[in-house]
Design a protein. Sequence first.
Length: 363
Amino acid sequence: MGKSKALEVPQVTSHNESCGPCLILFLLIKMINKSRGKILGVLALFLVMVWYSIYREDRYTQLFYFPVQENNKTTCPLGEVEKKAAQLIGNYTRDHPLFLQLKDYFWVKTPSLYELPYGTKGSEDVLLRLLSITHYSLPESIQSLKCRRCAVVGNGHRLRNSSMGDTINTYDVVIRLNNAPVHGYEQDVGSKTTMRLFYPESAHFDPRTENNPDTLLVLVPFKPMDFQWMEAILNDKKRVRKGFWKQPPLIWDANPEQVRVLNPYYMEVTAAKLLNLPMKKPRKVKQKPTTGLLAITLALHFCDLVHIAGFGYPDSANKKQTIHYYEQITLKSMAASEHNVSHEAVAIKRMLELGLVRNLTYF
């Protein structure tokens, strides 16, 4: 009796608008009765394909991405960075201040072994003037953290269309480089900036547009002219125009209270310990660390957890692939630079192997 009802076709009348769906239902039931095995087989195959697709995607994620674990805030790996960094960096210590401070050039006059970029020898006078109007401390909001979770955001092309913005914003400290923009790229790179490392040629002419109001603007000094540029800008003196490979901004609207001068010690560590560059005659060595590798080194000296994003370059044979997420500069432009990107890639991969840092975008 149930079967006869299932095969009963509704009458088509002007008052029965549901006749079409009823007819479709009838035909489907009839087809299922005749070929139920085939349909179940197709359904089973479909489910297997869906499972395999999800498995393959998960496997790809495991191989090439290092996602942030949600429990990092509650299970802080205190001491892990120091222990692993000591395996990579000889005489590793956290005793050196992050930023230069006035007392070292006014009261104590701490001698420096090297000239810039690995020391301050010969630049004490201009530093005395510069450090009298800038600051050196970390904000209390960072100092008071029981666990400093840091993200170092590189400028690499791999950040484009990465959708990493929300993840990057969850870190306690977000370190950015040079003039890499945030506005318009928030979905991929986030909007939070705790520190921005830069040198005069890479300074954005209006630092307020791409940073938060409380962002620390950290000068990375490569040469004495960098100190002179900063001191002239902040004291509104006659601008320094010569001695740069590219004209830096002549107007740079920044709050001196947010400006810091990076301790050249970290440039020395990056060059000598990570890139094995000779320190006996550093002026004769043309190779210098990139701001990106320097930023990672800095993070390893004050963070409890270090993740990186947007690092790595295209294959050397790929001359047309852009190297930055925000501009059309290719790897060819790096040929004339003083950076050895291959050596830096080896250094970062060594950090990844040790578990010293984790990568949010594949390297």
